[in-house]
Design a protein around this ligand. Structure first.
Ligand code: SF4
Length: 487
């Protein structure tokens, strides 16, 4: 409460913070020591983006925020606020951010992926674990909600408006330590959640292959499995077990998302190797969700500089380590799919699931494997030459009959054995205009949409690129860097 009283001035009236570099904008942040809300300044220096803030008690904290100013500028063009959320647990009147998040109606985004912690126990004690599972191991306390409590939580999620929560991650600790896990999955499914993923180190699924079948039968959508590298040194967690886990999932037809926690100087040299591992298991690995480690400021500055790696840094490493197969301009920030959501909303006249997180909080791309050359082909080649996919830009808000046209376009391409993006797109546009009157805007944007599937070359193992964008980006953790392929 003290913290809130101390920032009565709006941020724009707060005194400027110390900065050495080019000013970008002012925002708010918190002191890593005392959580006091502080005005802060975002600025550019030597091609990178930094944030600085000064606590009256604990002094200045300056942190690297985004490792590439160029990428920051590109991503910022996709900034799109969401529609917020209602029926929250914490009413705005009692909101004391950041003390009682739960979620309150200050939020501009609805829940994208809800997390339910089913245990704080784990069979490992990874050195970087933020969960501090030792608490559970040492018997200090064990947190394990009952089945009834899990059901209550899911009901609270489904009660969110205007978009009921529909995507949920079961997490821990290590959730497979709970013998009731299959029952938990069944309850979540019963309550109407479409997508359920299991955050796990995978070890128990390697030891007990039948568990994958049981979980799949009860409604689990996929594993979200830790996978920090391709050597025992970078991945002491599950290097030996992971192939067996993947095999269990393959037999159960249960998709796997690989989740490397990326830490500079520890495993950032193996990001390309992880991608190759995924490629070798492309029949069952649905995505890689690279997670640059979150250092919350409770380490000494020297250590933070040693370990901190940001989203652009990972993107650049991936480019280097794939010999340019996945170039940096293949990546787009998560809210780049908002225009499609807005179009579907305009079309259906119903609020739709929307990924409106901050543009600097995550990035993604789709990659396809060329069956002949075995090279990865990212979605960038499907967009404009300047690397900006028309589909993801605000200019296209509300326009284009994306799904429908893309599918029809693909079918025609398959039937004729060739594609003529421009002609067909123009024809589709004219047709759509006739059907929808004023709701379809300018030709060049719709052309942008329709040109996408047309540029996927035959034999690359894909149908249409965008067809899967909405459901699948919706099913991932949005605050992470992810690579994704369609199923
Ligand atoms: S496996 Fe996950 S939950 Fe368990 S200690 Fe490691 S990071 Fe923490």
């Amino acid at each position: 409460m003290m913290a809130l009283l101390e920032i009565e001035l709006p941020v724009e009236l707060q005194p400027p913070q110390k900065q050495i570099g080019q000013f970008i904008r002012r925002t708010q942040s918190i002191c890593p020591e005392c959580n006091r809300i502080l005005p802060s300044t975002v600025f550019e220096r030597e091609g990178k983006v930094f944030m600085t803030k000064t606590c009256p008690e604990h002094g200045e904290t300056e942190e690297l925020y985004f490792g590439s100013y160029d990428m920051y500028q590109k991503f910022a063009t996709y900034w799109s606020d969401g529609k917020g959320t209602h029926a929250p647990n914490v009413p705005i009147e009692s909101c004391a951010c950041p003390a009682n998040c739960g979620l309150c109606s200050n939020h501009l985004s609805h829940t994208g992926l809800a997390n339910i912690i089913v245990t704080n126990r784990c069979d490992l004690t990874c050195w970087y674990c933020f969960f501090y599972v030792k608490k559970g191991l040492e018997g200090a306390y064990v947190y394990e909600p009952t089945l009834d409590q899990v059901r209550e939580m899911v009901r609270a999620l489904k009660a969110e408006r205007p978009v009921p929560g529909n995507s949920l991650q079961i997490t821990g600790g290590e959730p497979t330590l709970r013998p009731e896990l299959p029952e938990i999955v069944r309850i979540i499914k019963e309550e109407g959640v479409d997508h359920i993923q299991l955050n796990t180190n995978g070890i128990n699924l390697a030891l007990n292959p039948n568990l994958a079948h049981i979980l799949r039968d009860n409604g689990l959508s996929n594993l979200y499995m830790s996978f920090d590298g391709v050597s025992p040194k970078t991945n002491p967690k599950n290097h030996w077990e992971a192939p067996y886990t993947i095999e269990s999932c393959r037999k159960a037809n249960l998709g796997v998302v690989l989740v490397p926690t990326v830490i500079k100087s520890i495993n950032d040299h193996e990001l390309g190797g992880i991608l190759r591992f995924a490629q070798r298991n492309i029949d069952i690995v649905r995505a890689i969700s690279y997670q640059p480690v979150s250092l919350t400021g409770r380490m000494k500055k020297q250590e933070r500089e040693k370990y901190r790696i940001t989203i652009p840094d990972c993107i650049e490493r991936i480019e280097e380590q794939t010999n340019g197969e996945i170039p940096r301009d293949a990546w787009f920030p998560v809210p780049s799919c908002s225009p499609v959501t807005h179009f579907v909303e305009a079309f259906t006249k119903r609020p739709q699931y929307e990924l409106s997180i901050h543009f600097a909080c995550g990035a993604g791309t789709y990659v396809f494997e060329d069956k002949e050359t075995k090279k990865m082909v990212p979605i960038r080649v499907l967009g404009r030459e300047d690397g900006r996919a028309e589909l993801g830009h605000q200019q296209v808000r509300g326009c284009g009959e994306v799904h429908h046209q893309a599918e029809q376009f693909h079918r025609e391409g398959q039937a004729t054995g060739r594609t003529q993006p421009e002609q067909i797109a123009r024809w589709r546009l004219a047709e759509a205009r006739l059907q929808l009157g004023g709701t379809v805007p300018c030709p060049k944007h719709v052309l942008g949409h329709d040109a996408l599937p047309g540029q996927v070359q035959p034999g690359r193992g894909t149908t249409t690129a965008m067809r899967y964008t909405l459901p699948y980006t919706g099913h991932e953790d949005h605050s992470i860097l992810q690579l994704q392929r369609h199923p």
